[in-house]
Design a protein around this ligand. Structure first.
Ligand code: DGT
Ligand code: CA
Ligand code: CA
Ligand code: ZN
Length: 575
């Protein structure tokens, strides 16, 4: 397990904050803050130092006690004292840390002098003008705090990874579902379309008996809600603790399908559907499909589609990328499902940067019902992750043989994720690649070449007859790093010609191959492998993300090699 310096640094800085909020020893807080800075700045990889047993007090400002704490973080991923303190201090008080003009010292003072424990308390104290009476605050600061907490945060434009929004979506849904006065509760919007990132959640609810107002009252007082932008009887908009915005609407049962359709979007899809309705002289909106003033559809989505001459379209396809035409012409794809998957061909174990052993991974995959996996460690170039050279790899292959003998009911294939070097050659000699079952080639370094050079580099790598799968083809990291500048269509056409399979990497911040290129590839007849790139057995669960992206990319079971039995999958990835 790699623990980055900034993770250690952040833990120490957080710890210093909490000491200050609790009004603890200021020297202790300062020592942690200083340590946080030192570790953030050092060019040494601190976790490496720990692993090599080096003396951490070599680092300026790090004494024996801090060295012990660093060791604890590197070895366990946690700082127990910090975890304890996080639990001790009320969450509502910690939340005040998100307000721009409030640092831990100020929060401590407000808490001590005015008993402020939450956003509510703070608002009240501001209204009563009590904040400016505190030492070191003043009228100006009071005003600044007031504006920053009254300003809605929704303009920040921050998008959440699907997986980061999912727990909130589930929590809101369950909270509403368990009420006796709600009937249907569903999440619409980009979340339902399975988009890689979501801007906000859109929840639709129908009322069973009782009043809409009660449901709204209950929702805005949900524990996770920290700010209410707007509250009405049938529509409200709130901000959750994690800064995710939620729009909620209560609709009638008769309009439920129309509302689900409208609020699922996408906007482009809605506009295209509306055009069809207009052609038939119908009106369509979130309440239903109307002929004059008579509602002719709206209870279910299927009804809505049928009213305009279409068959039901799966949410993942609703981007106006051809699904309307395909629906009309009855040639919608039969989208792949998670249960179609029979194995996983990209994963790492403790031999490089994974957290579970080969044995643990194989057993976990078998429990998922998989028929085969391929272990694909990094190659030597990826030194940070402990990548394997030829000798290491050969040794590891015998280890895989032994594991295969030991574990029944699943086949462990010998693989590698070999680095594509800057000139397009591969990081390991053909003599060893030849002995493997699965060779993934991936770019990890030099991602900023100009488009021509980068495209040529990747196509050159695919010229190597042992490369079977092109790994995470664009290199994008959602919200973090843009895709490489490449001519991806050219690369996919080259894959077609050379019979290379393209990976759809299921890591929630990768989802790489992006959906529109999945469709492009499948239309050309290029095969896709949906892989998790799991770094632990828990990582297998990311398959869901890949499936979602594949569905957005119109993929069917037949387009994806790891829906096949072992024999026919191997036939497909063979060059
Ligand atoms: P997001 O939240 O940015 O990830 O994306 P969406 O698609 O969830 O967008 P959002 O939350 O603004 O609106 C939810 C759905 O409501 C959207 O997908 C389609 C529908 N919608 C919103 N505004 C309009 C509009 O002006 N016209 C039409 N036809 N539909 C709209
Ligand atoms: Ca939305
Ligand atoms: Ca919305
Ligand atoms: Zn990789």
């Amino acid at each position: 397990m790699t623990v980055h310096n900034n993770e250690i640094s952040e833990k120490f800085s957080r710890f210093a904050d909490l000491i200050e909020i609790q009004g603890g020893n200021p020297f202790r807080a300062r020592a942690y803050r200083e340590a946080s800075r030192v570790i953030g700045d050092t060019s040494e990889q601190v976790d490496q130092m720990v692993k090599e047993g080096r003396n951490l007090t070599e680092l300026k400002g790090i004494g024996g006690d801090l060295a012990g704490k660093i060791k604890e973080i590197v070895e366990t991923g946690h700082l127990q004292l910090l975890d304890e303190m996080e639990n001790e201090i009320p969450a509502s008080l910690l939340e005040l840390m998100n307000i721009p003009d409030l640092g831990p010292k100020r929060i401590a003072m407000m808490h001590r002098e005015l008993g402020i424990d939450s956003m509510e308390d703070l608002k009240k104290a501001l209204e009563d003008g009590k904040i400016s009476s505190l030492k070191g605050f003043g009228k100006k600061t009071e005003q600044k705090i007031f504006t920053s907490i009254s300003r809605p945060k929704k303009e920040t434009g921050k998008r959440f990874l699907y997986v980061d929004a999912a727990p909130s979506a589930l929590a809101c849904k369950q909270y509403l579902e368990k009420r006796a006065d709600t009937n249907k509760v569903d999440i619409a919007g980009s979340f339902r379309r399975g988009k890689e990132t979501v801007g906000d959640l859109d929840i639709l609810v129908t009322c069973r008996n009782g009043s809409e107002k009660d449901i709204m009252d209950a929702f805005v007082s949900f524990d996770e809600v920290v700010h209410v932008y707007e509250k009405g009887d049938t529509k409200s908009s709130v901000l959750l603790r994690n800064e995710l915005q939620v729009d909620i609407r209560i609709v009638s049962d008769d309009s439920y399908g129309a509302a689900m359709h409208y609020f699922t979007g996408s906007k482009a899809h809605n506009i295209a559907v509306r055009k069809l309705a207009v052609r038939k002289k119908y009106k369509i909106n979130e309440y239903g499909v109307f002929e004059g003033s008579r509602q002719i559809a709206g209870k279910t989505e299927k009804e809505v589609y049928e009213a305009v001459g279409l068959s039901y379209i799966e949410p993942e396809l609703r981007e106006n990328l051809g699904e309307i035409e395909a629906s009309r012409e009855k040639r919608l794809p039969r989208l792949i499902e998670e249960k179609d998957i029979r194995g996983d061909l990209h994963m790492h174990t403790t031999r490089t940067d994974g957290r579970n052993t080969l044995h643990e991974m194989a057993v976990a995959a078998k429990e998922l019902g998989y028929e085969y996996i391929a272990v694909t460690e990094h190659s030597q170039k990826v030194a940070m992750a402990g990548g394997l050279n030829e000798k290491d790899l050969r040794e590891y292959l015998t280890y895989i043989d032994a594991a295969n003998d030991e574990i029944d009911g699943i086949t462990i294939l010998k693989g590698i994720e070999v680095d594509i070097l800057q000139d397009g050659t591969l990081d390991l000699p053909d003599s060893v690649l030849r002995e493997l079952d699965i060779v993934i080639g991936s770019v990890h370094y030099h991602q900023r070449f100009p488009a021509r050079q980068q495209t040529d580099r990747i196509i050159r790598a695919m010229d190597n007859p042992y490369l079977q799968i092109l790994g995470h083809p664009t290199g994008r990291l959602l919200n973090k790093r843009d895709a490489m500048e490449i001519d991806l269509e050219k690369i996919i056409r080259a894959a077609k010609e050379k019979n290379v399979v393209i990976e759809l990497n299921s890591q929630p911040d990768r989802l790489d191959l992006p959906h529109n290129y999945c469709k492009f590839a499948a239309d050309l007849g290029v095969k896709i492998v949906i892989s998790t790139d799991a770094h632990s057995k828990e990582g297998f669960r990311f398959m869901k993300n890949g499936i979602r992206e594949a569905r957005r990319g119109w993929l069917e079971k037949e387009d994806v090699v790891n829906t096949r039995s072992l024999g026919s999958m191997r036939e497909l990835v063979k060059r």
